[in-house]
Design a protein around this ligand. Sequence first.
Ligand SMILES: *Cc1c(COP(=O)(O)O)cnc(C)c1O
Length: 426
Amino acid sequence: MSDHIETLCVQGGYRPGNGEPRQIPIVQSTTFKYESSAAMGKLFDLEAEGYFYSRLQNPTCDHVAAKIAALEGGTAAMLTSSGQAANFYAVFNIASCGDHVVASSSIYGGTYNLFAVTMKRMGVEFTFVSPDCAPEELEAAFRPNTKAVFGETIANPALTVLDIEKFARAAHAHGVPLIVDNTFATPVLCRPLRWGADIVTHSTTKYMDGHAAALGGAIVDGGQFDWMAHADKFPGLCTPDGSYHGVTYAQRFGKEGAFITKATAQLMRDFGSMMSPQSAFLLNLGLESLHVRMARHCENGQAVAEYLQRHPKITWVRYSGLPGDPYHETARKYLPNGVCGVVSFGVRGGRQAAEDFMGRLRLGTIATHVADARTCCLHPASSTHRQMNDAELAAAGVSPDLVRLSVGLESKEDLIADLEQALAAV
Ligand SMILES: *Cc1c(COP(=O)(O)O)cnc(C)c1O
């Protein structure tokens, strides 16, 4: 099929045969029928391809995963029940107890907690580095037991832009893959695999779904990382898996398929964070218009950011589409077609003014969400980060006056008028 993102959004991943449903069928079945135990045994041994139980694979989910793989330019992909599950599986697939991972400090709070608290309890250590660190500082973060490097293309909520090539170079110099969470950019704005990332993850809950309808996640393998060349670091991929009849994933499935096959066969089997076929169907509806929606989110986000930047009651604006933004140059390189619809800014008068302002918005609803067709906003200091005092907030990069606005698909004139009336009143 075409490599144009527009065509892949609409038609990637599913080619119906003669007389088959034009829309992806929802295969709402936990299980699949076979004529003989021998035939089923081959599936269990990963010797034949086919479906036997939807915890491992389901045709609806596989069609949608194939579309996301095509969008990212990868060789294999899997869906998960949430973005949290996607990031957990992507890291845990290659790093377990006794291992170490280098991660950008500018990442989603839920991912930070997963890494710094929960995975630490599982014996995986993380070193967090600034996304802006000098190459020497990045270099110094590696240890002999480092198994991966992790970052976010556009970080939620800090809106920093990752220098993907810098992080990929460092990872590859140490024989480990770079994992990039591409949730905010989506493959419409950036394809991290093209810049040297090896694995891409998504919270499909955000722009990919785009309608705040279904939670979900995805993992895509670029198929470039040579596990066998670093076999000592990745025994899980490069030595026989006793829990799967001695299969050696990197040998049997090659660079293109080993990572996703192992994550499905082991992690999905044992942890079971699968996406439901219903959710996969909804996700696909979102993907069909992703390219059209992202263009409008970027256009509206840019217009709102420019408006806010000129407003006397706004003390600062963070949006890498603005020429003065610290990440503007990085964004021009990696995100030439736009930097998504999320803008953060400070309201003069601090915490109280931010809360008052948000309460007065009519179109922009208060919601713990981003990347939705409907404009929504969040005041982290009084919601997601409310247990922190001002000093702790500062350390987390969240100032008390910070408002995160996720600019939706409404008319930009209406959105600006809504901001105008709310700002006039505070
Ligand atoms: C929301 C989000 C996640 C977590 O995804 P869920 O689908 O909510 O589990 C991970 N990474 C980023 C960048 C996110 O924005």
